[in-house]
Design a protein around this ligand. Structure first.
Ligand SMILES: [Zn+2]
Length: 68
């Protein structure tokens, strides 16, 4: 292991079937959604839509940035 310049790939923080599902998606995150008064959500493409519509604290209109 050496000091990498790039941070490790971020993982989708969504749950497969909803916030109460204990199983995390874990796919590579592609988008970061800005939230009010809480850390931004990092999600994979499959969870971008559900997160925008269902997650708490999402700004509207949404502020979405790409993550590498
Ligand atoms: Zn996901």
């Amino acid at each position: 292991m050496t000091d990498a310049e790039d941070p490790p790939a971020r993982r989708c923080a969504s749950r497969h079937s909803g916030p109460r599902d204990g199983e995390e998606c874990g796919a590579r995150a592609r988008f970061q959604i800005a939230c009010h008064a809480r850390p931004p959500l990092v999600v994979c493409p499959q969870h971008l839509g559900p997160a925008l519509l269902l997650a708490e604290g999402v700004l509207w209109p949404p502020e979405i940035t790409l993550v590498r």
